[in-house]
Design a protein around this ligand. Structure first.
Ligand code: ADP
Ligand code: ADP
Ligand code: SF4
Length: 584
């Protein structure tokens, strides 16, 4: 079975010469495989199309997808009209459990939520749907009762949006006002306490950091009195400790409510969910939501890239983890040796131990929020002076900040070209543009990009600049698992091939694990004092970092991926007694 999907935003029939129609071999032999609709855009007949793919290549705006679907797929649950995105399957939500979705962006998660919340009646690929049809389709299944309530209009939904950076645009006022407006459950005080929000209640929403906004958004979603809660990504801008706190909170909510979560930090998805649906397909083309799977199995299958029950390969290769710490010593030169320094602000002080940074290595930087990581980086970059004396070296640094803000409206390619002409080389295309999936973004305006798209452009922009050292603050934010894996490879290869030093601040343990050769660990008390240790090997670094968090990880037998141990479980206690928090 084959579907044709037209991206109506990309399609610009006034700016092309209708190449799709002109070159379609079926049209040339006289049939009407492609005709033009009232809006001037092509309508592709899926019955007549032979799938040659010529129109895909000829369209100057990359607006057409012709997709061969896996055979097993029946009719879609919903289709956004002729040549629109098609969704197959829905996640099953159930009171008393956290249902996770694991899959790429653009695969139909929001569409699922629109349906589950009753905002949209699924049309099963036809013209218009009805709840009667939905109930008939789901009769005899676990979702029948749920949809009966949706159809009767008695399901109330609370949603946390994916991009919390947008909240200040939609709400002007203080944190307290926002949260008190949403408090239908009377749980607000408890939520404020658990999420550590008490000292920002009287601050303006517009002045909050990303991590604070994320926690406010989670509190607002949880404070509503709903039957069904949907959290679209909880981890961006939160440190591990906060991620775990939020996970525990969501589990509490799920005791007597239905909860659906989309999360790309796999260590968190793993500990948070009771079941996981894998979502696969072709982003913006079609999405398939599998039946629910056991959490461990779902994540393992996804990492391996193959879903046996569905007989579908979602990726050509598997994503792997190192069971042993990588060998730290390599024959490489030193970029810089820095002395220990301190930096005191009004209410915060940072003390950094001396260290040396090597050419060609990637250093992971780990520690809680507010512990001085950005301050440390600014001192190295020469943006801030240490208390003692200036740093006596001069290295240029290319920096990707944690919060990517767009201040102009340029097309992506134009923007990158403005940084360096190497954007037009084949090396750039192979090493940066392809793995970061930039090609489809090149013509788009920076201002129109979603969070994940902007993140990929920001990573590329950072690596495009000429510098001695590259520092990326939370590159994982808003990237899905595929994109994280690709971004990891891109950064690593970039550092190795160009003999540059890269420092990556991130809270996604999987990403830190895959990226780093050495770690710089921060400890202390957030917003009061921080201590930056010298760069150290992965084993020592992870042990120090995780012992501060009081968390141990075991290895999955099948994929060797790290999994959080239940606190005080046998393994947790055993590993702690041996001081082996990570490589066990
Ligand atoms: P996700 O939440 O997984 O990122 P969405 O459910 O938002 O995915 O969207 C999946 C696809 O459906 C996107 O490619 C989008 O273009 C398309 N889509 C979403 N909403 C509409 C709509 N109202 N009309 C037409 N297409 C839509
Ligand atoms: P992290 O990057 O680990 O989240 P930061 O280095 O951004 O931590 O901040 C550490 C602490 O220093 C925070 O409490 C922050 O409020 C404070 N701080 C950062 N920059 C300044 C500054 N220019 N003046 C005063 N305090 C600052
Ligand atoms: Fe025509 Fe289908 Fe070939 Fe496109 S893929 S050119 S619509 S036959």
């Amino acid at each position: 079975m084959r579907i044709a999907v037209l991206n109506k935003d990309r399609c610009q029939p006034r700016r092309c010469s209708h190449e799709c129609e002109k070159y379609c071999p079926r049209v040339r032999t006289g049939d009407e495989t492609i005709i033009f609709g009232e809006d001037g855009k092509p309508i592709i007949s899926e019955e007549m199309c032979v799938g040659c793919g010529i129109c895909i290549n000829k369209c100057p705006f990359d607006a057409i997808m012709i997709i061969g679907l896996p055979e097993e797929l029946d009719k879609p649950i919903h289709r956004y009209g002729t040549n629109g995105f098609a969704l197959y399957g829905l996640p099953s939500v159930e009171t008393g459990r956290v249902t996770g979705i694991l899959g790429p962006n653009g695969i139909g998660k929001s569409t699922c939520v629109q349906i589950l919340s009753g905002n949209m009646i699924p049309n099963f690929g036809g013209e218009e749907g009805s709840w009667d049809e939905v109930l008939e389709y789901y009769s005899g299944t676990s979702m029948y009762e749920y949809f009966s309530k949706v159809a009767a209009g008695t399901i109330k939904v609370s949603q946390k949006p994916q991009y919390v950076d947008m909240i200040p645009k939609a709400f002007k006022g203080k944190t307290r006002e926002l949260l008190e407006n949403t408090d239908e459950s009377g749980r607000l005080d408890d939520l404020v306490n658990k999420l550590g929000l008490s000292n920002i209640m009287d601050r303006n929403i517009g002045d909050l950091s990303g991590g604070e906004l994320q926690r406010v958004a989670i509190a607002a979603c949880a404070a509503k009195d709903a039957d069904f809660y949907f959290f679209d990504e909880i981890s961006p801008y939160l440190d591990i400790y906060q991620r775990i706190k939020v996970s525990q909170l969501i589990q509490e909510i799920s005791q007597d409510k239905a909860v659906l979560v989309v999360e790309h930090d796999l260590a968190i998805l793993d500990m948070l969910s009771d079941v996981v649906h894998v979502a696969y397909g072709m982003p913006s083309g079609y999405g398939v939501i599998t039946h629910p799977k056991g959490v461990r199995i779902a994540i393992n299958q996804y990492l391996k890239g193959y879903l046996p029950e569905e007989n579908v390969r979602v990726r050509p290769d598997s994503i792997n983890f190192e069971v042993h710490p990588p060998r730290a010593e390599k024959e490489v030169g030193t970029l810089v040796e820095y002395e220990g320094f301190s930096k005191n602000y009004d209410k915060f002080s940072l003390k950094a131990a001396e260290g040396s940074l090597r050419n060609g290595e990637v250093l992971g930087v780990v520690g809680p929020n507010g512990i001085g990581k950005s301050t440390f980086v600014k001192v190295l970059a020469g943006e801030e002076e240490p208390d003692e004396k200036e740093m006596d070296f001069d290295i240029s640094i290319s920096y990707k900040p944690q919060y990517v803000v767009v201040d102009h409206n340029l097309p992506v390619k134009y923007f990158l070209r403005g940084i360096s002409s190497k954007v037009d080389t084949s090396y750039y295309e192979a090493e940066i543009a392809k793995p970061l999936q930039l090609e489809r973004l090149y013509d788009r305006s920076l201002a129109d990009l979603s969070g994940g798209e902007l993140q990929r452009v920001a990573i590329a922009a950072c690596l495009t600049r000429d510098a001695d050292m590259y520092i990326l603050d939370e590159p994982s934010a808003h990237l899905d698992v595929e994109q994280r894996s690709q971004a990891t490879k891109t950064i690593k290869r970039f550092a190795e091939n160009n003999k540059k030093t890269a420092m990556v601040v991130d809270h996604d343990i999987y990403m830190i694990d895959m990226l780093s050769e050495r770690l710089i660990v921060f400890e202390g008390e957030p917003a009061v004092y921080g201590e930056a240790h010298s760069p150290t090997g992965m084993q020592k670094g992870m042990n120090k970092f995780l012992s501060n968090l009081d968390i141990t990880f075991r290895r999955d037998e099948d994929t060797s991926r790290p999994r959080v141990n239940k606190k005080d479980s046998h393994l947790d206690r055993l590993q702690k007694s041996k001081g082996e928090y990570y490589y066990y």
